[in-house]
Write a protein that binds this ligand. Structure first.
Ligand SMILES: Cc1cc2nc3c(=O)[nH]c(=O)nc-3n(C[C@H](O)[C@H](O)[C@H](O)COP(=O)(O)OP(=O)(O)OC[C@H]3O[C@@H](n4cnc5c(N)ncnc54)[C@H](O)[C@@H]3O)c2cc1C
Length: 556
């Protein structure tokens, strides 16, 4: 097994040994946050302990367990408290809210860790027995993708943890492709490729605790997707084990043999089958990673610069443009963590006087590749930035974002301990619609949040452009807000989530650019795909999974 589950938090992010370091000014950071949220004091909300959980009574009997043990081996069938709680939910705010409240109604009866070659036999057994199977990679889904569905009416629920399926099967150096088993974690995958001078380049913020199969199944996007592409772009071919049989998608560089089934596997969210193997496109590992910051007087100028960059086809790996709220949030947060020097304060005042004040926006641009190519791209980027009233800030801001990029998720747990909620959601739209969508979603979230706040409390709503294309870009929203009174938190979250999703669908955005549908976004899928589109998806599911045992309640 690549990662021992017991080294990881069952109700929070990442490894027990890791935490976000607030540094010597931690008290000042908390005081700043309290003031921003309009709180006199934090409402401490300790999480339920593992021992206190009331796990649902398992419905699978000893015969079922014995059948699974015959397929995967005695030690790879687990039904203990830790395994069931760990696999009960994913990592969204909604998930953590319930896990921390001790609600594990979605926990599986059993967790199994098969090898790739055993998966088909597991599915055949589950299909005959009428038992639901939830594929589980890293469990970092933020859309309810890995929770059991107690309402599915199945005979029992097994979570199929893919992380023993972690072998590199083939690396074709001539073709720049590699075939892996799908449960391999991000760091192990990149280590194997790095040893041969290659990279896949898929680095989501959840990289350390997510898997190749999960990236594909959720149609994920790494933070360097400008250079390396989204999962559906780098997927070359896959093997999908389904209750009806194995679907192998063609591993061709391009093909006109009808619709491409890779696009069915990418985004299948465990509802069609289990991805056991995937062939992916590789790049030569870049020798240079160059990340820099730029400052714009407002969001409109920043957006124009990003659009110009991608439409001029400057090869950028990362573009991340924060709106004024997010820019100000991170500036204040950084100031509280590390009070600025006098020189920095003076420079800040000078920028304000030049018009880079309350509406200013920071853009992080990353270039990767060989030195010469990076230098050319960097020069072209600077010229476009300047043409749009941007000021290049140099490497400091870029490097600080780059080095903190996997650490930030650790902040969420200490915030939840203090009754502060953090939720995120994302979408994408055409360039011509991006400002309208940004405004509508920010307003909808703020208004729904405000309805749930008590006198003096405030919510912080912010966004950034996270991925950019010739025709449009994605918007990633973050909301930080004081949790409602005990017992009302779920209603508070649902109100905000509904308002955001309605605003997204009502203003021309997709319900998800890279997190997926899961159970959380399912109510809005028909509005995006149309009734015929949903019927088509249902027909495909009906063919591959006629009894509906695969990840019930997700996607379709
Ligand atoms: C802090 C944080 C940051 C994140 N940042 C990003 C980001 O930058 N970019 C991004 O795209 N996403 C991000 N996510 C979301 C999440 O990490 C991605 O959706 C990721 O691709 C999920 O991978 P996983 O291995 O954890 O899959 P899981 O969470 O285990 O599963 C996700 C879905 O895929 C299915 N699945 C998993 N493995 C298989 C398989 N082998 N076969 C069939 N179905 C399978 C599951 O049933 C589920 O429906 C983030 C999440 C968190 C918590």
């Amino acid at each position: 097994m690549a990662l021992d589950r017991r080294t990881l938090r069952w109700n929070g992010w990442g490894s027990h040994d890791e935490a976000f370091e607030f540094g010597e000014h931690a008290d000042a950071v908390w005081a700043w946050l309290r003031a921003e949220l309009g709180l006199d004091a934090f409402n401490l909300r300790p999480a339920a302990t593992l021992d206190s959980l009331a796990l649902p009574e398992p419905t699978l009997d000893a015969d079922a367990r014995a059948a699974l043990e015959r397929i995967v081996g005695h030690q790879w069938v687990r039904g203990d408290r830790y395994e069931r709680a760990f696999h009960a939910r994913g990592q969204s705010y909604h998930d953590l809210l319930l896990l921390r409240a001790g609600d594990v109604a979605t926990a599986p009866d059993l967790v199994i860790y098969p090898r790739a070659e055993q998966v088909q036999a597991v599915l055949a057994w589950a299909d005959t027995a009428g038992v639901a199977v939830v594929p589980y990679g890293g469990g970092s889904s933020v859309v309810g993708g890995v929770s059991g569905d107690p309402a599915s009416g199945r005979e029992g629920l097994v979570t199929l943890d893919t992380t023993r399926m972690n072998r590199l099967l083939e690396l074709d150096e001539a073709s720049h492709t590699a075939t892996f088993e799908a449960g391999i974690y991000g760091p192990e995958l990149e280590e194997r490729l790095g040893a041969r001078g290659f990279t896949l380049g898929h680095y989501p913020q959840s990289f350390e605790f997510s898997t190749l199969g999960g990236w594909i199944a959720a149609r994920g996007a790494g933070q360097q997707s400008g250079r390396y592409g989204k999962a559906e772009h780098w997927l070359v071919g896959a093997k999908l084990a389904t209750p009806t049989g194995v679907l192998r998608t063609g591993s061709f560089p391009a093909s006109a043999a009808g619709p491409d089934f890779n696009h069915l596997v990418a985004g299948s969210e465990g509802a069609l089958g289990v991805i056991t193997e995937a062939t992916v496109k590789l790049h030569r590992a870049p020798s240079v990673h160059d990340y820099r910051g730029c400052l714009f007087p407002d969001f409109a100028h920043g957006l124009e610069a990003v659009r110009a960059l991608v439409q001029a086809e400057v090869p950028v790996a990362t573009v991340r443009l924060s709106d004024p709220s997010e820019t100000s949030f991170f500036a204040e947060f950084t100031r509280a963590r590390k009070p600025p020097s006098t020189t920095r304060r003076v420079a800040g005042k000078a920028l304000e006087a030049m018009g880079y004040a309350a509406q200013r926006c920071v853009l992080i641009v990353g270039h990767e590749g060989e030195r010469g190519a990076v230098e050319v791209a960097h020069a072209r980027t600077n010229a476009i930035v300047r043409r749009n009233r941007g000021i290049p800030l140099g490497r400091g801001a870029g490097q600080s974002w780059y080095s903190d990029r996997f650490a930030l998720p650790y902040i969420r747990d200490p915030l939840l301990d203090r009754g502060v909620a953090v939720d995120t959601l994302e979408t994408s739209t055409a360039w011509s619609n991006i400002r309208r969508l940004h405004k509508a979603v920010c307003e909808a979230i703020a208004s729904a949040a405000n309805e749930t706040l008590r006198g003096g409390e405030r919510a912080m709503v912010m966004a950034h452009v996270s991925h950019a294309y010739l025709d449009g870009a994605s918007l990633y929203f973050t909301i930080v807000f004081p949790q409602a009174g005990v017992g009302s938190e779920l209603r508070q979250w649902q109100g905000i989530k509904n308002a955001a999703c309605e605003a997204i669908i009502g203003h021309g955005g997709t319900i998800s650019h890279h997190h997926g549908v899961g159970s959380d976004h399912r109510p809005w899928l028909a509005a995006e795909k149309g009734e015929l589109g949903v019927r088509l998806l249902e027909a495909i599911k009906g063919e591959l999974d006629p009894k509906g045992i695969m990840n019930p309640g997700k996607l379709v």
